[in-house]
Design a protein around this ligand. Sequence first.
Ligand code: GLN
Length: 381
Amino acid sequence: MRIGRRLQGLAISDIRSMTRACDAVGGINLGQGVCDLPTPPPVALGAKRAIDEGRAIYTAPEGIAPLREAIAAKLERRYGLRYDPRDEVLVTAGATGGFAAACMALLEPGDEVILFEPYYGYHYNTLVALGLRPVLVPMLPPDWAFDAAAFDRAVTSKTRAVVLCTPSNPSGKVWSRAELALLAERLEAHDLWAITDEIYEHFVYDDAVHVPLASTGVARERCVLLGGFSKTFSVTGWRLGYLCAPPEAARAINVCNDLLYVCAPTPLQWAAVEGLAMPEDYYVELQQSYARKRRVLCDALRAAGLEPYEPQGAYYVLADVRSLKKATAKEASMAILERCGVASVPGTSFFVDPVGETLARFCFAKEDSVLEEAARRLRTL
Ligand code: GLN
């Protein structure tokens, strides 16, 4: 059987295979970032109402106007970022769908794209699937610092774009204003696009603040900003995200958005309008509850001898699994699953660097009772 050459090295991610392994033993899944908290009532009711009212047909590929307006209003309110909802905002099939459409529209096979390591595997593999070449710039533990000189060394005459994920999945790094300013300078100097995945924007801890790269200096004209509702409203299965970009880029990306997805699910778009109308308290409580969950998980990992790298943002923790004395991260993750029924994702899903073999990623987007049970089990390791 013939398979496209660029797809030959690709397989379904370890994020999903660990979910299967976890389901097989009835374990607690801290692997895949599924976020199984209840859907906020206004969001759930909004979806039900839209279905009852028969809002079932295609929307325009760019999504319904009230949602694009609400997205633009939110970005202006939070970050002072102005996007025109008429031609600079698209509703997408998740941030993942927005990412694929943006790469397909703005880049050409053979182009090089810089990713920071640890990277989110879907970013890396989507680039590969589209015939693009990911080039890694390491940001390694313990401090995940941005090395501007390493970035400059990674740029070649074929580099066209950089992918930024802040707050980062999986490291939890939140890029500082100073780091973003350095990166913004490089976009100009090397004439690059930046595709910024900001799906975890509301998940920041201690004194970390989320800043979009697009709000830094003149970077806006070079940025494709991706966000979504999966994490914010705990609806990972709804596949609803958005993308903001200057008009010409947005127009090209929307052609791909249409070809790939036609439009995002119609009733769910109406539900997101209700979600974005929720008051600021919602986000404050979200942050406080996730800060508590982070503490529960990090304390348990530390007690288990799996030293955590405490994240500043997002809802994952990378932990050092060397104390388990396994040859690979996959074996370490499987040993944790077998010994205490808690699933994680091997660090190798996020690294080419061998440090990936010493790490596993644990997700804390779980109901408190489930997370506490997982913490109790981890402590028995
Ligand atoms: N973003 C989530 C994670 O990193 C889920 C990815 C997925 O299952 N496709 O786990």
